[in-house]
Design a protein around this ligand. Structure first.
Ligand SMILES: *Cc1c(COP(=O)(O)O)cnc(C)c1O
Length: 429
């Protein structure tokens, strides 16, 4: 299988998956997609484990790559936590993607990528550089922490991550260094881009990308859609609809790929917050980046969604697809209402991102809700957003045990002015 940039229209510069994973974005600024979408997957084994599903679904993407034979080991190592579905009512289930070590779905992509890169060999040490607005940095740090041959550098915006997220970004030590950038998330992203563009620096540090446009983070997210669809759709009933909280639209793109690969998936609804770029793209067919606005679902505060170029290409290449994919915008007031209602009706606390998907379900017509099973995707543990939730539901939320242990560790970070010269000076020591 070869990989082409979304901007390489003549398909002239294909690369193997190992190159696509090490580079992140393609050199022309586009995003990598496989030359074909595999459709003929192996038959599932009876009582297939999650790691076995992952191997079956991902093997075609690694065809002819040395990592293909290692997928059983990689998927066992990366996905060593539960991926449960919980039932809300007759027609709605929630796919809980927050049982990994940092309690958000970013663990799936970060852990799989780390397990792959570790085995894709390099005699030189590599440096994983990421900008984060919250959950990505913690997941990437956790996935690469203590892995020989890797250093991790995290850039996060000062004063703009939640207290718990800040702890998660700064508690690792050893091969992980965290920089509190005196600027915005956009400044952090710009510094990362400049570092990759600086050939001498990139070469001397062995810079490696782990951001959410990396195909190595996208592919593992396809697996949980197969896993959920096969559990929810029984005996030839209607395909399941999915409601996917969306910001940079990586998670929703993975859902679309799963559908194209033949998973029993019907309509896909991207639930966004008040940031309008994605809903507007679906309404008008035009992609126009905007400055992001701050909302209760902060991990989705994205004005220029990185993965949209990939989603746009998939929709353009598969014309029947666009009828079954749509986006809705959910306001902070609606998020807060949904959180209160779920607590009042079932004693469930859901994070603000998950609440956008639950709201999107409520907002559908009765007919649409009843005609098939639906799955709302839960992207983070509610305890990560206690400062939003606790005033709304009037009770404390228990953190998962994995986060409790993170809190026993000492924290450390370095402050950094948002300038390339300062980052370079800090990295070259
Ligand atoms: C990253 C994130 C999202 C958005 O996912 P995308 O793949 O960027 O659309 C939603 N919820 C949480 C909790 C996240 O961390």
């Amino acid at each position: 299988m070869r990989y082409f940039s979304t901007r390489d229209r003549q398909r002239e510069r294909g690369v193997p998956i190992s190159v696509a994973m090490a580079q992140g974005a393609a050199p022309d600024g586009g995003l990598y997609l496989p030359e074909t979408i595999p459709r003929d997957l192996a038959e599932p084994a009876t009582d297939e484990t999650y790691a076995q599903t992952a191997c079956r679904v991902l093997a075609p993407y690694f065809a002819a790559d040395p990592l293909c034979d290692l997928l059983p080991e990689i998927t066992r190592e990366a996905f060593d936590f539960a991926v449960p579905l919980s039932r809300i009512n007759g027609r709605l289930q929630v796919l809980e993607l927050f049982h990994g070590p940092t309690a958000a779905f970013k663990d799936f992509g970060a852990r799989f990528l780390a397990s792959c890169l570790q085995r894709s060999g390099s005699d030189k040490p590599r440096t994983v550089l990421v900008a984060t607005s919250g959950d990505t940095g913690g997941a990437v740090a956790g996935a690469f922490h203590d892995r020989p041959g890797f250093n991790v550098i995290i850039l996060f915006p000062s004063q703009r991550v939640s207290p718990l997220q800040q702890r998660q970004l700064t508690c690792w030590g050893a091969n992980v260094r965290s920089f509190e950038v005196l600027g915005t998330f956009d400044d952090c992203q710009r510094l990362v881009k400049e570092a990759f563009a600086n050939r001498d620096l990139a070469e001397s540090l062995g810079l490696t990308s782990a951001n959410s446009i990396n195909i190595g983070r996208l592919f593992p997210q396809i697996v949980y859609y197969f896993h959920a669809a096969s559990q929810v759709v029984k005996n030839g009933g209607p395909a399941a609809g999915f409601l996917v909280p969306s910001g940079n639209v990586g998670n929703a793109t993975a859902c679309v790929l799963a559908k194209l690969m033949g998973a029993r998936i019907g309509p896909i609804v991207l639930s966004c917050n008040a940031n309008q770029t994605v809903p507007e793209f679906f309404a008008k067919g035009i992609y126009e980046a905007r400055p992001s606005v701050a909302t209760l679902a902060s991990a989705m505060d994205v004005g220029a969604p990185g993965n949209l170029e990939r989603l746009e290409k998939l929709l353009a290449d598969h014309d029947t697809l666009s009828r079954s994919v749509r986006a809705v915008s959910v306001s902070d007031v609606q998020i807060a209402q949904t959180i209160r209602k779920a607590e009042a009706q079932g004693g469930h606390a859901w994070c603000p991102h998950t609440a956008t998907a639950l709201y999107a379900f409520e907002a559908m017509s009765n007919k649409e809700r009843q005609e098939r099973p639906w799955v709302a995707v839960a992207t983070a543990h509610p305890g990560k957003f206690a400062e939003v939730l606790e005033p709304l539901i009037g009770r404390a939320i228990k953190l998962p045990v994995t986060l409790d242990t993170l809190f026993e560790r000492p924290v450390s970070s370095e402050r950094l002015a948002p300038a390339m010269a300062d980052l370079e000076a800090a990295l070259i020591v």
